[in-house]
Design a protein around this ligand. Structure first.
Ligand code: TGC
Ligand code: FAD
Length: 392
């Protein structure tokens, strides 16, 4: 892969709206991605392996629990800083951002929000440093968009719970130390349980042959009569709203992350178009390529403004699930369209691993599917504006 020459577009001077802290946090993440992710990521994507050596660096830039209070090992930052960190990481690779999203919003967030003080103290500091890595088990073979139908269940055995079932498509599963798992009790009520690697009957086979998110490890979580200690149940929220609350936080991060992938594709295409000579002039001087590039920067700018306002609402505790859905849906679609257009600007070179665009494009096929598909987010907006859910 070529040297990383990334220059971030900021067409509407958004930097003027960010605080000094936001800029410091973002620039630290930006420099780290340039130094430690860009030089290795293509090789890891090609061999379909998560680069475990970057876990320490992710922790250092505050990517694990950016908004978790410092007393639990988090960075104690606001939601806009969290968004900016996700943007910068996904500028490098969506798979790396996935690892950070899962650790922060789907593992640390539920332990912090729904867990006991003992659980917070036991797990959060180790998750913040990356000493322990987590995964989040909601999706099942027969229940993806409709998690309320989940079949994974646990039984109260007096001194422990007995957990049975299977989760599919789980990011970080092959190497996770713990998993936050959503399962039904005997009354059919959904609860979160912390399952630890080493518990008998708990296995995490890896899913192979992905053409997308190749630098992220994905797998299953299988529970065959796993004895889970009672103190591992997250007691402070139950029902589908508990996992959906975690998704709000992760989807918010993705709305920012997708901007990073789009910025990288745009920046690469702009530089290439200025340098590539055909018919005696740079292709950037042709109207057709300018149309592509002008539309890209317009869409990126709109997505940046949407994410920034959503960040303000989230900081004030006012962002609704439907507002988050709109931003996730819009920004991921924006990014995937830009990746497709940018790939064409590079002609044949666009399909090689010399440039990052094709990798972003393939990654975004997962991003547009996980954390609620593109269709599901449209239906969430539809239900919100009409008051008539059309899921069933
Ligand atoms: P519905 O009837 O709408 O709601 C059930 C209960 O939940 C409450 N609720 C929420 N509570 C907190 N936060 C939210 N965001 C909430 N949204 C809903 C709701 O009030 C209700 O409460 P109650 O007390 O009345 O029971 O539920 P539904 O079954 O109709 O489903 C709605 C739907 C389809 C929108 C939902 O199921 C959904 O979002 N489906 C998509 C599934 C999904 O996104 N899965 C993601 C899996 S994790 C993942 O992909 C990680 S990828 C990570 C990475 O690598 O980055
Ligand atoms: P389905 O729900 O079967 O959907 C198939 C198609 O039907 C989609 O196009 C969908 O939009 C459409 N559809 C579904 N319902 C409706 C409807 N009511 N109306 C109209 N159309 C509909 N899950 C986790 O729990 N944890 C993870 O860490 C995790 N990581 C993932 C990593 C990767 C790489 C991928 C690909 C997925 C991951 N997922 C994870 C799972 C992800 O959340 C699901 O794939 C997603 O929610 C969709 O579920 P599904 O794949 O079963 O598709």
């Amino acid at each position: 892969m070529r040297p990383d020459l990334f220059e971030a577009p900021d067409y509407y001077n958004l930097d003027d709206l960010f605080s000094e802290e936001h800029l410091l946090v973002r620039d630290a993440a930006r420099q780290w991605v340039k130094r430690d992710v860009s030089p290795i990521i293509e090789e890891y994507a090609q061999k379909a392996e998560f680069p475990k050596q970057i876990i320490g660096g992710l922790a250092e830039i505050g990517a694990f629990g950016p908004y978790i209070p410092e007393e639990y090992g988090g960075a104690g930052l606001d939601q806009i800083s969290y968004g900016l960190i996700m943007q910068e990481i996904e500028r490098g690779d969506s798979g790396v951002r996935s690892t950070a999203s899962v650790q922060s919003s789907l593992v640390m967030y539920p332990i912090f929000t729904y867990g006991t003080e003992e659980q917070r103290k036991k797990y959060l500091p180790k998750l913040a440093t990356g000493e322990w890595m987590g995964s989040f088990g909601l999706t099942e073979p027969n229940h993806g968009s409709n998690p309320s139908g989940m079949e994974t269940k646990y039984k109260d055995m007096g001194d422990h719970y007995l957990l049975n079932g299977a989760k599919l498509w789980i990011s970080n599963s092959p190497f996770c130390d713990i998993a936050v798992v959503w399962a039904k009790n005997e009354e059919g009520r959904i609860h979160g349980l912390i399952v630890e690697r080493g518990m008998e009957g708990f296995t995490t086979p890896e899913t192979h042959n992905k053409w997308s998110l190749r630098a992220s490890a994905t797998g299953e979580l299988i529970f065959d009569n796993v004895k889970v200690p009672k103190e591992n149940l997250l007691p402070n929220k139950s029902g589908l709203g508990a996992p959906l609350g975690c998704l709000d936080s992760a989807r918010f991060g993705i709305a920012w992350g997708a901007i990073g992938a789009a910025m990288d594709c745009y920046d690469t295409a702009l530089r290439y178009a200025k340098e590539r000579i055909q018919f005696g002039k740079p292709i950037a001087a042709t109207q057709l390529q300018q149309k592509k590039l002008a539309e890209m920067i317009t869409e990126i700018t709109k997505a940046q403004l949407l994410a920034f306002r959503l960040g303000q609402l989230k900081n004030e505790g006012k962002a609704t699930t439907a507002q988050i859905s709109m931003a996730k849906r819009n920004n991921v679609e924006m990014a995937i369209n830009i990746a497709r257009e940018a790939r064409q600007v590079l002609g044949g070179m666009g399909i090689t691993g010399e440039y990052s665009i094709m990798r972003h494009m393939m990654n975004l096929e997962s991003v547009i599917t996980y954390e609620g598909t593109h269709d599901i987010h449209l239906l969430i907006t539809g239900a919100d504006i009409t008051g008539m859910p059309a899921f069933q």
